[in-house]
Write a protein that binds this ligand. Sequence first.
Ligand code: HEM
Length: 218
Amino acid sequence: QEKHNPMSEFDLENLAVCGSNLFVAGTETTSSTLRYGLLLLMKHPEVEAKVHEEIDSVIGHNQRPSLKDKMKMPYTEAVLNEIQRYITLLPSNLPHAVTKDTKFRQYVIPKGTTVLPLLSSVLLDCKEFPNPETFDPGHFLDKNGSLRKTDYFIPFSLGKRACVGEGLARVELFLFLTTILQNFSLKPLVEPRELETRPLVTGLLTVPPPFKLRLLPR
Ligand code: HEM
């Protein structure tokens, strides 16, 4: 259809850029989240123990984790949400631009201005998440232990340009984490309280600090 259209956007260069964008956006994000998650679970062995308990009762040891298990595992889902909330992987989101003159509080932002809509201001909101600087899966659980849905959970941003890989990322995080914890216990080389969990770098992306980890077969 586009072959004879000289203005077409569907050219080889665009294909290569889209491919590389998907690769970059889809690998570092999920792997950093998982890596940070393993560190946080080592720091909080009581949380790891509850995830183990839920895996053992819902999935058991004779079958691999699958997506149908996810809905029956509110605690594990809360842990995954809390990992993403706590680490705020992309604190400043990606740059956007306002499409028209926009009034924001006492300012007018002229059309075309680049803005960084801070996801961290929502993910670390202290009314929605009491003690936002504390890692606590309870931020996503109600008093019955069910998953608490909240509009403040926006690690993938919002609106038309929100992350296109959200569905894939959430599936990956669930399957990778449950598969690891179904088969292994995490064991730090130092006392959990000595583990440093502050990020190595926070810029466009939050980078977890380096750490050593032992995986003990269960
Ligand atoms: C934990 C994992 C991930 C997180 C936290 C994350 C987060 C984000 C955020 C905050 C944005 C910016 C949205 C905006 O501009 O408002 C974004 C954009 C994007 N993400 Fe992800 N992402 C993750 C995984 C993935 C994966 C697995 C893929 C693809 C396989 C992916 C592909 C993209 C692409 C292509 C964009 C640009 C979308 C656009 O500009 O229209 N992401 N992501």
